[in-house]
Design a protein around this ligand. Structure first.
Ligand code: PMP
Length: 287
């Protein structure tokens, strides 16, 4: 907490903290794979960009946060972990909304062992459904800001769970596909890989960028262009990407079976290729 190591039970925040009162803060979810904090630098760039968007000054530098992450992992003896960084605006003047009366931002780094998604989901794939909740418009609250206000995504999660699906497919307000609750979406059609562009309401996911990077290495071009539900329903392959899920095949969308109902060839290749990247690309540490 703010550069100090604090025991889990003692890591407490005031009920007047603006992160709690208003969702006034930003965060990142990161993973360490066997002594490698995957794309830590890229996550920190996104954290600082989110903070800049809400005019929140992060009290530590990139390097200091990097060191805090490694220090916390070492203290917890975690080689493989889930890492959460939270920066909240801290305590202000009671319920006064004015953020400029508040100059003590709070930074937290939390690390825990990460239980990967059950392996069988990567072999069988998951089903998703389109939800009624639309993605935040970028002129309302930009999807690029990973803020502590995740209610848009939570509303989607509620719908997906109520429908008995593993994730929700979110449209933007123009009716084009944006992303999943905490995942980006890709399709493969006639050998071409397509994913919605950032301005269509997708978060610029670190896993998304990694997948584009891997595909480019394999000389497979990725089109970032608008996708409709029809495109998803008739795709040859559909998969989601995200820090928690990595690359997860989707085999059913809105009750329509994707192709033959099994994870596709490119999806399977990417699941494996991502594993290779995850242990190599990032900030290395030893316990
Ligand atoms: N979209 C949303 C809304 C998310 O919260 C996440 C998780 N950060 C993603 C996509 C995937 O991004 P990443 O690959 O960086 O985890």
């Amino acid at each position: 907490m703010n550069g100090e190591l604090v025991k889990r039970d003692e890591a407490v925040v005031s009920v007047y903290d603006r992160g709690f009162l208003f969702g006034d803060g930003v965060f990142e979810g990161i993973r360490a794979y066997n002594g490698n904090v995957f794309k830590l630098k890229e996550h920190l760039v996104r954290l600082f960009d989110s903070a800049k968007a809400i005019m929140l000054n992060i009290p530590l530098s990139h390097e200091e946060i990097e060191q805090a992450v490694v220090k916390t992992l070492k203290k917890n003896q975690l080689h493989t972990a889930y890492i959460r960084i939270i920066v909240s605006r801290g305590v202000g003047q009671g319920y006064n909304l004015d953020p400029f009366v508040c100059n003590r931002p709070q930074l937290f780094v939390m690390t825990e062992g990460f239980e990967a998604f059950p392996r069988h989901l990567y072999e069988t794939g998951i089903d998703i459904v389109t939800v009624a909740t639309r993605r935040n418009r970028s002129d309302v609250l930009s999807p690029q800001v990973k803020s502590l206000n995740y209610l848009n995504n939570i509303l989607v999660k509620i719908e997906a769970i109520q429908a008995g699906a593993k994730d929700g497919l979110i449209m933007n307000t123009d009716g084009y596909v944006a992303e999943g609750t905490t995942n980006n979406i890709f399709i493969v059609k006639n050998g071409k890989v397509v994913t919605p562009a950032i301005y269509q309401g997708a978060l610029e996911g670190i896993t998304r960028s990694s997948i584009i990077e891997i595909l480019n290495k394999f000389q497979v071009a990725v089109n970032e262009s608008p996708l409709t539900r029809h495109d998803i329903h008739t795709a040859d392959e559909v998969f989601l990407t995200g820090t928690a899920s990595e690359v997860i095949p989707v085999v059913k969308v809105d009750g329509r079976v994707v192709a033959d109902g099994k994870p596709g060839e490119k999806t399977r290749l990417l699941i494996d290729a991502f594993q290779q990247l995850a242990v190599t690309d990032g900030v290395k540490f030893s316990l």
